[in-house]
Design a protein around this ligand. Structure first.
Ligand code: NDP
Length: 252
């Protein structure tokens, strides 16, 4: 995507990022802070989040807040409690990036372990839903809030061996479409499909792939910026590719 954002694109924006401890989410949090946002970091490891917050501070960004939440075990009440704590500190959320996710097992449907399946659904779908429900009032307090989910090419077209992960990303696309229709003119709701990106999850999915052939999280940030800033104000209910034209699957 060729997008040249203004340096102050996200000034006065308060943006929450899930899975901000690593990979794409960490890069998104750092990038949003570089463009002026006040960032709220969510993850399960306080140490990792603190190191991201320290990097934001060292780059001169606005002080980040961090909250821990293990999405593998969180309940709707935990998410409401978290939203209440955020509401004590912030009047609104201008953006939420649902980025945290797990891969599960890459194997045929007949071999998918139910416990692993449940974990993928819990993190990628259920906890994401609980968080969305709890954070919606804060998003609706924003003048032009942006709710962004993270999908995948296997969330649009099923592929052998992608079992729970593919099903969870289809559910993500569905959640986005339903919310986009429910909140028309009040909140924009979209999906990003990052496309193959150099992270730990990608390395687990394709252990034989040469990571150097993949885009880095930093390379795909233009779309992440565009969807959080005012330039995408009228877009809702859409699923965007961070690497348009990239063929899904292993990079040769
Ligand atoms: P990583 O594995 O690098 O990062 C995943 C993030 O999710 C980490 O911050 C991780 O935290 C967090 N997370 C995992 N489990 C939990 C949990 N139980 N509670 C809270 N946080 C948790 O993955 P990527 O950066 O590659 O993926 C980011 C998103 O992009 C995912 O939704 C993924 O499905 C999607 N995606 C990625 C692609 C790629 O090629 N990389 C392609 C298509 C989609 P921790 O640091 O503690 O492990």
């Amino acid at each position: 995507m060729h997008y040249q954002p203004q340096r102050d694109l996200l000034r006065n924006h308060i943006i929450l990022v899930t899975g901000a401890s690593n990979g794409i989410g960490k890069e998104a949090a750092l990038t949003y802070a570089r463009y002026g946002a006040r960032v709220i970091l969510l993850g399960r490891s306080e140490d990792k989040l603190q190191s991201v917050a320290a990097q934001i501070a060292s780059e001169g960004g606005q002080a980040a807040s961090l909250f821990t939440l293990d999405m593998a075990i969180c309940t709707p009440a935990d998410c409401q409690h978290l939203a209440d704590r955020i509401a004590e500190l912030y009047p609104r959320l201008d953006g939420v990036l649902h980025n945290a996710g797990v891969l599960g097992d890459v194997c045929p449907m007949s071999e998918q372990q139910p416990a692993v399946w449940d974990n993928v659904m819990q993190v990628n779908v259920n906890a994401t839903f609980y968080l969305t429900q709890a954070l919606l009032p804060l998003l609706l307090n924003a003048e032009s809030g942006s709710l962004v989910f993270t999908s995948s090419s296997v969330g649009r077209q099923g592929r052998a061996n992608w079992g729970a992960y593919a099903a969870s990303k289809f559910a993500t696309e569905g959640m986005m479409q339903v919310l986009a229709e429910e909140y028309q003119n009040r909140l924009r709701v979209n999906c990003i499909n990052p496309g193959g990106t150099r992270t730990q999850m990608r390395a687990s999915a394709f252990p034989s792939e040469d990571p150097q052939k993949l885009k880095t999280p930093a390379d795909i940030m233009p779309l992440y910026l565009w969807l959080m800033g005012d330039d995408s104000r009228r877009k809702t209910g859409m699923s965007f590719d961070a690497q348009p034209g990239r063929k899904p699957g292993i990079s040769q």
